[in-house]
Design a protein. Structure first.
Length: 122
């Protein structure tokens, strides 16, 4: 009796990519524009990241090349922590507003829009 080889996830992905090519005559495109061919390092990625309240369902998954996924994850991580930092959630205190250099104390503007030097009236 012969034993069947175990079917791996890699085999399933390659089979899917090959079937799409045979049926439609085109390869799936990665979001970066590259073709995803059988044998490429393909993973399944969440379209809307879980950190941004994306669902963990098959409707929110897509195949993507591993290197493109790494770049996307890096950018999403930066965006996530920047949002937390701006909301003041990272250090347990509200975010400090940016300090401006203030207004020029030597000049003022008239109602018609002309700029004049301030006079020092007591």
């Amino acid at each position: 009796m012969t034993t069947r080889p175990n079917i791996t996830v890699r085999m399933k992905i390659d089979s899917l990519l090959q079937r799409i090519f045979v049926q439609f005559g085109v390869y799936l495109k990665d979001p970066s524009g590259e073709d995803m061919k059988p044998g490429d390092d393909v993973v399944f990625d969440h379209i809307h990241a879980l950190t941004f309240d994306g669902e963990h369902s098959y409707m929110n998954l897509r195949p993507i090349l591993r290197k493109t996924n790494a770049e996307k994850a890096k950018q999403e991580t930066k965006d996530y922590w920047k949002g937390k930092r701006l909301r003041g959630e990272t250090k347990g205190r509200p975010h400090k507003p940016m300090r401006s250099r203030g207004f020029d104390k030597t000049k003022t503007r008239k109602f018609d829009g002309t700029v004049i030097r301030r006079t020092s009236e007591g």
